[in-house]
Design a protein around this ligand. Structure first.
Ligand code: FAD
Length: 414
């Protein structure tokens, strides 16, 4: 591309920032505009349900990049402005401030939006979902009010965000009930043994956990504030606030309206390429087409970072495919879960370490091949697992069942 080129990155989250910086690092000399509709400078989302919500880190520590740091790299940051539409024929964007912006390359990094529930009472001001910094500030204020008034928090949804908020609320001294529709926690992400481990952890810290919970309605008082959550079986849980942790939807609105191929996410390949050669996409807004034709949606810092590097490389005519094993982490009650690979479809699991007393890991196999490793408080095993999965080197279940076996030996140089 020539120096007259202009790449626009839509979305100032993890994927947007990474793509903009990777374009510069990859040798792009044209103009880069990073544009996002949130009013804040780019910030980290993971602490919003953990250390920030617990009051353990300051707001300044949420900042991912200061505008002046981006400016030094020649990246123009525009916050508080929404891209309303893409005119692909004219290679032009229409912005919420009325301006039009031309592009020679476009990165879509529009993320995801938190799901709401179509329930009576779900629109009450003390019923909140957690996606943005503004959401987190509203939840922090509601938690403080709950603590002061001695009112419980009800969390609807026992996924990662719901459970992290539950753990943080307990830390802050708020009584918590978690209502989960499935028969176990974290069902989409974890094998039953780990779901049970998390259930025991939460119960040990005083969380009231209700599984198979069919939420029917949220009862509000005369002022319109949620006061209780009712289940179909008649049970009723009083609350001072409700947090909805019922998942996210990829934000592919802009891409779909522009006629890009989408299926619950902007469809990309491992290079971040969309159905338009001038447009790439990365992060939570995407659904990646795999070799077997299926679509993979990942919502993680790693997927946003690696997907964005792949997408930036594509726009520069370089190849840096995102093929690494997925990884993710979650912090709850002082324990760190780290996941490498995908355990869905595993037929055998081997436990190493002692789940009752200390660090442990679960090694998952499909047809005798290692597909995923979940670790609790063992970053060493997590990093080793990522190396093994990326190198496609698999120990056998039998080897791992021997506590003396060192899986790292499989990676040792020959
Ligand atoms: P986002 O960060 O969602 O950024 C997209 C941005 O684009 C948003 O600011 C959005 O407003 C903006 N946008 C959308 N449309 C437009 C438009 N038309 N015009 C302008 N701007 C637009 N992941 C982990 O791996 N580990 C964790 O422990 C973890 N914890 C998390 C805790 C919380 C509370 C949350 C919310 C997420 C957590 N995640 C975690 C997930 C991780 O943060 C996300 O997967 C990652 O941040 C996604 O980055 P992204 O850039 O794709 O999307």
């Amino acid at each position: 591309m020539t120096s007259a080129a202009h790449i626009v990155v839509v979305g100032t989250g993890q994927a947007g920032i990474t793509a903009a910086e990777a374009l510069r690092a990859g040798g792009f000399e044209g103009e880069i505009t990073l544009i996002g509709d949130e009013p804040h400078a780019p910030y980290h989302r993971p602490p919003l349900s953990k250390a920030w919500l617990a009051g353990e880190v300051q707001a300044a520590q949420l900042t991912m990049r200061l505008p002046e740091v981006l400016a030094k790299k020649g990246i123009a940051l525009r916050t508080g402005v929404r891209v309303e539409s893409i005119d692909r024929a004219a290679q032009s964007l229409r912005l919420s401030d009325g301006q039009a912006l031309r592009y020679t390359g476009l990165v879509l990094a529009t993320g995801a939006v938190a799901r709401r529930l179509p329930l009576p009472g779900a629109q009450a001001p003390n019923v909140l979902a957690l996606r943005t910094r503004d959401d987190a500030e509203a939840i922090a204020a509601r938690l403080a009010a709950c603590r002061e008034a001695g009112r419980p928090l009800v969390v609807i949804g026992g996924g990662f965000i719901g459970l992290e908020v539950a753990a943080t609320a307990r830390k802050l001294g708020v009584a918590v009930t978690v209502l989960e529709a499935a028969p176990r926690l974290l069902m989409r992400a974890l094998v039953p043994a780990l779901s049970d481990w998390f259930a025991a952890l939460h119960r040990a810290h005083g969380v009231e956990l209700v599984l198979d919970a069919a939420v029917e309605s949220i009862e509000c008082d005369a002022a319109g504030l949620a006061q209780a959550v009712s289940l179909r079986d008649g049970r009723r849980f009083a609350c001072g606030a409700v947090v909805l942790g019922v998942g996210v939807q990829a934000d592919d609105v802009l891409a779909c309206a522009a006629g890009l191929a989408c299926d619950r996410g902007v469809i990309v390949d491992e290079h971040g390429r969309t159905s338009d050669p001038l447009i790439v996409a990365a992060g939570d807004c995407t659904a990646r087409r795999l070799a077997d034709g299926s679509l993979l949606r990942l919502e993680s810092v790693q997927a946003a970072t690696e997907g964005a590097k792949a997408a930036a490389a594509s726009l520069l005519g370089q190849a840096r495919p995102f093929t690494a094993a997925p990884w993710f982490w979650s912090d709850q009650f002082g324990h760190k879960l780290q996941m490498a690979g995908l355990s869905s479809g595993a037929d055998t699991s081997v436990t190493r370490g002692d789940p009752a007393a200390g660090p442990f890991s679960l090694w998952h196999f499909r047809d005798g091949v290692l597909v995923a490793v979940d670790t609790i408080d063992s970053s060493k095993d997590h990093l080793l697992a990522r190396k093994l999965l990326d190198a496609r080197v698999s120990p056998t279940p039998g080897q791992l069942a021997d506590p003396a076996f060192e899986a790292a030996s499989l990676l040792a140089p020959h």
